[in-house]
Design a protein around this ligand. Structure first.
Ligand code: SF4
Length: 440
């Protein structure tokens, strides 16, 4: 271990939470590199004397993970392993005043919109010319593209608007410039993210402009896949579906968190839509984009969720047969509208409901995957594990959805399969969430 006196400044950025936070860390990383600084992301080597922790403040588990990470580096500072610890991101934005008192070892706390001040503290200048020139922490062949920040929606359980502010769309030309720069450096898949994709343009173009944006991004040379994550059901811009159906570079994949299958609970959650309208929207999406994979997320155990409402959600999942599904147990978040409602269900009761939904979904996913056996899909390979390559079809987003596994000794077009390559894979076997096949 280097002694304190001889250390040169090296910065380690640690990212917690969602892909939107990851993009913020990548922007910080790019700015620091642009200032000629020695910076790394998620280094496990403990060779950095300055640590910047980009935290998540979404729900209980995430907050706990953020606090434990801060405490770990605070201890490392007290042990002389690191010199400086800085904290940014959602948890810091939301609880700065309390945390400053509770963990005085941290050198400074920053909000989610304080990049210039953070850079100044790290003795770096904010370089405007680097906007759109983002270095990636993901494998080079896919990148998250954050098209907007913040959210104007009133969902009763959600603290995100408290941490990320009002919805602000990024200008289309800036996004297209960034996509071109990413494509030049090998990005083939763009994953569009925001708190609510469907709101894109309402502020700066006075209309929902997601379909125009998707078209422009999908036309960028080198981009093979444009993927949509975090769409909101109410007011969904249907013209997006035509682009998805007709443009070969737009994945037939849509992530649309629906939260519950009970109209009464949708009302309590202030989602601005009914179950009936949700089902009609799902039907329209499946009609207009045949073969589309629909991903959703649900919250169970929200205040007021009776057995009957949960039953409605369970039946909704059974009927709708989503291709991909995740479930969260409700987290009682202060300063949200739901915080004023009695949180009566125990953690076990909430978990029981989540387990029941996931068990149901496991069966649905297994059946759907059996139907894929014998089919051939274009697969993008993300990583190698042991003697296997692991990739995804256009129906799967990184880290959350199904994967395609092939043995690593396979060839395509006369050459060995490499990470970041596309290859056509015929599916030979299927499990609940994984497909096994060979290159054809
Ligand atoms: S759409 Fe609703 S759940 Fe999503 S970030 Fe906005 S307020 Fe939160």
């Amino acid at each position: 271990m280097k002694t304190k006196g001889l250390r040169t400044n090296k910065i380690n950025i640690v990212t917690l939470g969602c892909s939107k936070n990851l993009v913020d860390s990548e922007v910080l990383f790019t700015q620091l590199r642009g200032n000629g600084m020695d910076v790394t992301h998620e280094s496990k080597k403990d060779d950095a004397n300055i640590v910047v922790i980009n935290t998540c403040g979404f729900i209980d588990n995430a907050k706990e993970e953020s606090i434990n990470t801060i405490l770990r580096y605070a201890d490392a500072k007290e042990a002389g392993v690191v010199d400086k610890v800085y904290v940014t991101g959602c948890l810091s934005h939301r609880y700065k005043d309390e945390l400053e008192l509770e963990i005085p070892t941290v050198d400074a706390w920053f909000g989610t919109n304080e990049l210039p001040r953070l850079l100044k503290t790290l003795r770096a200048d904010y370089k405007k010319e680097l906007v759109g020139e983002r270095l990636l922490t993901t494998p080079a062949h896919y990148a998250y593209l954050k098209i907007a920040e913040g959210c104007d929606r009133p969902c009763s359980f959600c603290a995100i608007p408290l941490m990320r502010g009002k919805h602000v769309s990024r200008p289309m030309d800036e996004l297209v410039t960034e996509a071109r720069s990413l494509a030049r450096r090998g990005t083939k898949e763009l994953i569009l993210i925001a708190q609510d994709l469907t709101y894109y343009g309402l502020d700066i173009y006075k209309k929902r402009n997601l379909s125009e944006l998707i078209t422009q991004l999908a036309d960028v040379e080198g981009i093979d896949w444009v993927r949509l994550q975090y769409a909101y059901p109410s007011g969904f811009p249907l013209d997006v579906l035509d682009v998805m159906r007709d443009h070969t570079s737009v994945c037939k994949y849509l992530d649309m968190p629906l939260q519950t299958g009970s109209t009464e609970m949708l009302k309590i959650m202030r989602r601005g839509i009914t179950r009936e309208k949700t089902e009609a929207l799902v039907e329209t999406i499946r009609e207009r984009v045949p073969g589309i994979a629909l991903r959703t997320t649900l919250i169970v155990g929200h205040p007021g969720e009776t057995e009957a409402m949960f039953e409605e959600t369970y039946n909704f999942v059974e009927r709708m047969r989503f291709d991909r599904l995740g479930v969260f147990t409700y987290s009682h978040e202060d300063d949200t509208h739901s915080f004023s409602l009695p949180d009566e269900l125990s953690a076990d009761e909430k978990q029981e409901r989540a387990d029941a939904i996931m068990e149901l979904q496991q069966g649905i996913s297994f059946e759907m995957n059996q139907a894929r056996v014998g089919q051939t899909y274009r697969v993008l390979f993300d990583r190698k594990e042991g003697g296997y390559f692991i990739g995804r079809t256009q129906f799967d987003s990184p880290e959350v959805d199904n994967e395609v596994i092939i043995s690593a000794d396979q060839y395509r077009d006369g050459g060995p399969v490499r990470l970041g390559d596309f290859a056509n894979v015929q599916i030979e076997r299927a499990e609940e969430f994984d497909l096994y096949g060979r290159v054809v």
